[in-house]
Design a protein around this ligand. Structure first.
Ligand code: FE2
Ligand code: FE2
Length: 135
């Protein structure tokens, strides 16, 4: 079973963002599958790097939208992104150094973070941005 099963409750009702979130969920599930299938460190490392890179693309897109429309909670939201990015880079570094930290716990942490962030922090900008005409 997939690690993270997407459902409508995660929708922020903004097309571009929903599709980015779905892509992130897909990538996280892919990494989970690769790990469960016992794929080697090369595949895991590559998949993890792709996921982290796409997280960066997604955060930048959200930040641009929030900034463009002068979202009042921009700073706090950006700070949450920075914190997760630092954490993800740290996890990646540990993995590269062979500390075998790419475990169910690490993926569980990323999944929980993403779910909580979408449902709490991301959902909060939804009515504001939609009110500004973002679709
Ligand atoms: Fe966000
Ligand atoms: Fe997001």
């Amino acid at each position: 079973m997939a690690l993270f099963v997407w459902s409508d409750k995660y929708s922020v009702n903004i097309k571009e963002i929903d599709s980015q979130h779905q892509k992130l969920v897909g990538m996280l599930n892919e990494l989970h599958d690769a790990m469960k299938e016992g794929k080697g460190n090369e595949v895991l490392g590559r998949t993890l790097a792709e996921l982290i890179q796409y997280v960066g693309v997604h955060f930048a897109a959200e930040e641009k939208l929030m900034n463009t429309h002068a979202y009042p909670e921009y700073n706090a939201h950006k700070a949450a992104h920075v914190k997760l990015t630092q954490k993800a880079v740290e996890l990646q570094k540990n993995f590269q150094q062979g500390e075998h930290v790419l475990t169910v716990e690490v993926l569980g942490f990323l999944k929980d973070w993403l779910q909580t962030h979408i449902l709490g922090t991301d959902k909060k900008y939804s009515p504001f941005l939609i009110g500004k005409g973002v679709v």
